[in-house]
Design a protein around this ligand. Structure first.
Ligand SMILES: [Zn+2]
Length: 191
């Protein structure tokens, strides 16, 4: 049923997986959570299952997403953080009532409050964004080198020289573009 919606791109970092639900921000933007139900689906696969979602809650989620994107982009550029974005992130963080719990296997999971509301889930995402932007986690915020993407991503590679938000999408596209340009300039030389 959900096949008619764009796929999710799930990364290992919650906050930037969330900002990745809108991709190609500087090209033909793709909205991957266009409906409240699609946000419910995304939260479920991200370990933050909620009971339901209203259109107002979806709008709040979009607002948080774009605030995280703006703040993470500023942080990657070492620019001052946008005040309004910081406000939204902080408000969402304060409104959530989720608890970190330890599983018997030693993994960390999130337990939302008894109402399992979207606000609880957004609180977890906001707190995740705060930990990255504050530089508390091992990694570096960077911007995707694809001109149509420019997504902020969290580089946890050893060398901290990752160029693209995702190798499978932006990375491959850039490589193909370079290959085609090379073929054009050197006809016959590229196999
Ligand atoms: Zn990208």
């Amino acid at each position: 049923m959900s096949a008619r919606f764009p796929d999710f791109r799930l990364g290992k970092v919650l906050a930037t997986s969330f900002t990745g639900t809108l991709s190609e921000r500087h090209g033909d933007a793709v909205e991957r959570i266009p409906t409240p139900n699609r946000l419910v689906d995304w939260l479920a696969v991200s370990g933050l299952a909620v009971e339901s979602c209203t259109s107002t809650q979806l709008e709040r989620a979009w607002e948080l997403r774009e605030s995280i994107h703006a703040a993470a982009t500023a942080a990657a550029r070492r620019d001052p953080l946008p005040v309004s974005a910081v406000q939204v992130i902080n408000d969402c963080s304060a409104q959530g009532r989720a608890a970190a719990v330890l599983t018997p296997e030693g993994n960390r999971q999130w337990r939302l409050s008894s109402t399992s509301s979207v606000e609880d889930a957004l609180g977890v995402i906001a707190a995740d964004a705060i930990s990255i932007i504050a530089g508390e986690r091992d990694g570096k915020l960077a911007l995707c080198a694809s001109p149509t993407c420019q997504a902020a991503f969290f580089d946890t590679s050893q060398s901290r020289t990752r160029k693209w938000c995702e190798m499978n999408t932006c990375g491959n596209r850039q490589k193909k573009a370079r290959f085609n340009a090379y073929k054009h300039e050197n006809p016959g030389s590229a196999k």
